[in-house]
Design a protein around this ligand. Structure first.
Ligand code: EPZ
Length: 430
């Protein structure tokens, strides 16, 4: 099983280039099957979740031509099936975006019901509520969601909870429904806006993405387009925290600073210098960070996907900090792993009370999920001695060339497939 092995203590310095946004790309790839024309999508991140989504699309007859590592041509003129295989939904929940896309175009779709995951139960009741409101019959049969309609008709939908997935899924189906749809209490994340912009570039009529009310006028057909995915603000934020925790000085390039406002504000609050440029941010830290409190919220609040990263930073900061996770019910597992490195935290419900320590010592830890895994790597970069992070397949789902990018900033990190191999890199294993 592959692992990362890290020798901590080097302040990160230099420049790093951010890849395309995984969570925008997953919605956009699904939406690309809504036209029989060929679509060119560029700046895709080369990460496992994207490659699994492309496999799921190929499986139903979509033609996927890789132009480069980050650019693909998609042609969905010969879709042979509107039923997605369980193996794909098991690997990535976001294959459920194909439900809204196929229902929108073919008025029929079948996708296995995604189970829970490492960070929570993650129901999709709001997605199904939206499809039903558009006139689809939705049944759960043999573990799959079967949705179909003679015709989808525009309607007025109110989302009980702000949900990125439900907003994107319903928006896709509604973009080819008859008439007008209004979705209230929408998610406002940058990747929701990116999917809406992509659909509009194919001829959809979607207004208001990025606000809490999205208005859609359905169209009969969508057409070809060329589209470039926005930069990944979560990957960018992860590198920003890596610079902060190692007391480094890093220029994070290919970002949209506006998307990073909540993250930048917190980094400044805990004592970092953050400088914004047109398409880059520079993060530097010299001394020990200062504790603070943070609560995760839907965009533009502080992102839940950046919660483990700030949790690691606060574990090394002065004083006691409080982290409240308001989106998911099980996103503090990394704190148990961090305790093995010397971290001190107490979790009560959806709140973690963190007592800052002077430093971590290296240890063997396991990535409990994607963002927590990246946070544990950041902890290893700051720790004294050697850290080995197991289960890095989680990290590879959402971070392209994570170890290479960190090495380019001066980190001593290697991907190994056995602890024995560690010796090859002259790492004294703990
Ligand atoms: C997306 O998940 C992201 N995944 C997550 O990123 C991210 O953490 C999350 O949005 C919040 O920003 C992708 O975009 C592929 P939600 P999603 O629906 O859409 C509840 C990562 O690390 N809810 O906004 O599943 C839900 O339980 C991943 O890249 C319902 O109750 O999140 C949660 O409490 C992790 N019913 C809240 O809403 C529903 O039908 C927000 O979830 C849907 C959601």
């Amino acid at each position: 099983m592959e692992q990362f092995i890290i020798r901590g203590g080097n302040p990160l310095a230099g420049e790093v280039e951010i890849s395309g946004a995984k969570n925008a790309a997953l919605g956009i790839l699904a939406a690309s099957v809504m036209t029989e024309d060929t679509v060119l999508i560029t700046n895709l991140p080369d990460v496992r979740d994207i490659n699994v989504m492309l496999e799921a699309m190929t499986e139903i007859g979509v033609k996927v031509e890789r132009i480069t590592r980050h650019d693909v041509m998609i042609t969905s003129s010969r879709i042979s099936d509107v039923s997605i295989d369980y193996e794909f939904i098991k690997k990535i929940r976001a294959s459920y975006y194909l439900l809204g896309a196929l229902l929108g175009r073919f008025k029929k779709a079948e996708v296995p019901l995604p189970g829970g995951c490492d960070i929570g139960s993650r129901p999709i009741d709001l997605h199904l509520k939206g499809f039903k409101a558009l006139g689809a019959t939705v049944n759960i049969r043999n573990g799959s969601i079967c949705a179909e309609a003679d015709q989808l008709r525009g309607c007025h939908i109110y989302l009980d909870t702000v949900s990125v997935g439900a907003t994107i899924n319903i928006m896709m189906a509604a973009s080819m429904a008859e008439g007008r749809t209004i979705i209230e209490n929408c998610a406002r994340e940058p990747h929701v806006v990116d999917v809406a912009n992509f659909l509009n570039s194919m001829g959809a009529n979607i207004r208001g993405a990025g606000t809490d009310v999205i208005r859609i006028r359905g169209v009969e057909k969508l057409h070809s387009t060329e589209y470039s995915i926005i930069p990944d603000q979560i990957e960018a934020g992860t590198f920003m925290f890596a610079a902060a925790v190692t007391r480094g000085d890093v220029m994070v390039r290919n970002v949209i600073p506006k998307h990073l406002e909540a993250t930048s504000a917190k980094l400044i609050e805990i004592g970092c210098q953050v400088e914004e440029f047109d398409s880059a941010v520079r993060v530097a830290a010299t001394g020990r960070l200062t504790g603070t409190n943070v609560k995760t919220l839907p965009y533009p609040g502080y992102p839940t996907d950046m919660q483990p990263q700030i949790g690691v930073a606060l574990s090394l900061a002065t004083g006691t900090s409080i982290v409240t996770e308001s989106i998911f019910e099980n996103r503090f597992k990394y704190l148990d792993e961090l305790a093995r490195m010397g971290g001190i935290a107490k979790v009560e419900g959806n709140t973690a009370i963190i007592t800052g320590v002077e430093g971590f010592t290296g240890a063997r830890v396991s990535a409990p999920d994607l963002r927590a895994g990246a946070a544990l790597v950041i902890a290893g970069l700051a720790a004294e001695g050697i850290t080995i992070v197991d289960d890095i397949r989680y990290i590879q789902r959402g971070y392209e060339a994570f170890d290479e990018k960190l090495r380019s900033l001066g980190a001593e990190i290697r991907l190994i497939d056995s602890v024995r191999e560690a010796q090859k890199f002259n790492f004294r294993v703990v």
